[in-house]
Design a protein around this ligand. Structure first.
Ligand code: SF4
Ligand code: SF4
Length: 311
């Protein structure tokens, strides 16, 4: 019988690009055998800090067939968020580039749903689920397995063509497809720029990031006070941190995204220090309307700003 899987894979990849995704790779949905001891070790060392969701669903995290009934394929997608635009006042506490525009969860979920509709309309009845940071899916592992890039020493997925300023998302479906070859090369070489530049020493060793020391975790995930050991080390980041990506030589290949929803709100870029320090709940809701920054809530952002102010 003629095997259509190659044709279907190509159709899905073409549609993904049409929807604005930057790249698409496909892997067989199977148990991530090599990843199991690595994840166990990372969790045992408590590198996930208070991110208890990382420790939950250990089995599901390693096997997509436990997440989606009858799963056959993991379709990995990347969406560029790089921008040249910057907050205009260099003294204002910084926000990671990924949070400049509309919350990526909303934008990507919509595109994934459209891709699933396309598959159902053009290939046949296919069941599946869309994932953006929202469930136990090891997105970087799947992306590497699908040939989209390698895991850098800063643990980000890096593409030779585009650097690392992109989101990862997955569609897990019950359709057999043609699978891509994993990306096996490591193009970090002898570079250690990310390790050297990390202000909190969160990159403990090449490829090992202690999430509980990372500024992204401290400013977004951590619910309690930021430990005083990080005083003077936050480099003025109030939401996330881009340092280990900004210094990565592969990001010279990053080009600005073309996603209108990620266009930064002018109010956000123009924010000055006084406005930020005197910000009320109401202004916060206005400036960060629809933005991922709302994840910290007003109190969380205030805590971060106060911490930076204090030290
Ligand atoms: S995001 Fe910032 S704090 Fe986290 S590992 Fe990278 S440089 Fe270090
Ligand atoms: S900065 Fe250097 S070591 Fe770090 S991820 Fe980029 S290439 Fe790899």
């Amino acid at each position: 019988m003629f095997n259509n899987s190659a044709k279907y894979s190509q159709m899905i990849k073409n549609e993904a690009l049409r929807l604005g995704f930057m790249a698409c790779g496909i892997s067989k949905a199977e148990f991530l055998e090599e990843e199991a001891p690595r994840l166990e070790n990372w969790l045992n060392n408590n590198h996930h800090g208070e991110m208890s969701y990382m420790a939950n669903h250990f089995d599901k995290r390693l096997d997509p067939r436990l997440l989606v009934d009858g799963a056959k394929s993991v379709v990995s997608l990347t969406l560029n968020y790089f921008t040249d635009e910057k907050q205009s006042d260099i003294n204002v506490p910084k926000i990671s580039k990924y949070a400049y525009g509309t919350d990526y969860h909303t934008v990507i979920k919509e595109k994934l749903k459209e891709l699933l509709v396309f598959i159902n309309d053009n290939i046949g009845e296919v069941a599946g689920r869309c994932f953006v940071d929202s469930a136990p899916v090891m997105d970087k592992v799947w992306a590497q397995k699908s040939g989209l890039g390698w895991r850098g020493k800063n643990s980000n997925l890096i593409s030779k063509d585009a650097g690392s300023f992109f989101f990862l998302a997955e569609l897990i479906i019950d359709l057999d497809l043609e699978y891509d070859q994993p990306f096996v090369a490591d193009h970090c070489g002898t570079c250690t720029r990310c390790i050297d530049a990390c202000p909190t020493d969160a990159i403990m060793a090449p490829y090992v990031v202690d999430g509980s020391k990372c500024i992204s975790y401290l400013t977004i995930e951590l619910k309690n006070e930021i430990p005083t050991e990080f005083k003077g080390k936050m480099e003025n980041w109030m939401f996330g941190c881009d340092i280990c990506q900004d210094v990565c030589p592969w990001n010279r290949f990053a080009t600005p995204h073309t996603e209108p929803a990620f266009t930064p709100a002018l109010e956000l870029l123009k924010l000055n220090k006084t406005e930020l320090i005197e910000m009320t709940d109401e202004v916060f809701n206005q400036v960060f309307k629809g933005s991922a920054v709302k994840r910290t809530k007003f109190a969380g952002l205030k805590r971060n700003i106060d911490f930076l102010k204090e030290y």
